[in-house]
Design a protein around this ligand. Structure first.
Ligand code: SF4
Length: 188
């Protein structure tokens, strides 16, 4: 049984189960194909929207971190190729804190919003911004995976953290409405 550090959450599952049954076994091919296509024609960079948007869509549909566990091409690549070369140092504690992850998420949001405005609606510039963003985070993920554990990037990943935040909001909402229903019933 493994404990998987994905964003804020910890998921308990077996590695055998994941590797046997889910696309994460081979989905690394998708991210490599994405980078190759983008190198030939930067307009393919727009496909980065799919990679960045899918975890959020899953989370909004109430499926929590299913993307991280079963599908993520980036997570697939890091887990598959860095296991043998990873130095395995412990991740600095501050990187696991909520503040750090919030900061990284906000930084990503700001940089990204700026890039979208800067593109002025130009498709190629927008695609290039997505490609650049995917490339930088991929390189940082690899460097982290070599220095620390292979999927250390998943601890700080803004998309993984965003899915966790969405999940927390979804869990908190019913509790708030239940509490307000109880107050209303008591007052009546
Ligand atoms: S935390 Fe990020 S990189 Fe890791 S599996 Fe989830 S979406 Fe992919």
């Amino acid at each position: 049984m493994l404990l998987y550090p994905l964003g804020m959450g910890v998921i308990t599952t077996t590695m055998e189960d994941i590797m046997k049954n889910y696309p994460i076994r081979w989905s690394w091919i998708i991210i490599i194909t994405f980078f190759i296509l983008g190198a030939f024609d930067i307009r393919f960079g727009i496909l980065g929207i799919v990679c960045m948007g899918t975890p959020i869509l899953h989370a909004l549909r109430g499926e929590g971190k299913v993307h991280c566990i079963k599908y993520c091409p980036r997570g697939s690549f890091l887990g598959k190729f860095l296991a043998k070369i990873s130095l395995g140092y412990a991740l600095p504690k501050f990187m696991g804190t909520r503040q750090f992850k919030n900061g990284l998420l906000m930084l990503m949001g700001t940089v990204f919003t700026f890039a979208i405005f800067h593109s002025g609606g130009d498709f190629t510039k927008l695609a290039s911004a997505f490609y650049r963003f995917m490339g930088i985070s991929f390189i940082v993920g690899i460097l982290m995976g070599i220095t620390y554990k292979p999927r250390s990037w998943c601890v700080v990943c803004p998309m993984g953290h965003a899915t966790q935040v969405i999940k927390e909001i979804q869990v908190a909402k019913p509790q708030v409405s239940t509490a307000s229903r109880q107050v209303t019933a008591r007052d009546n």
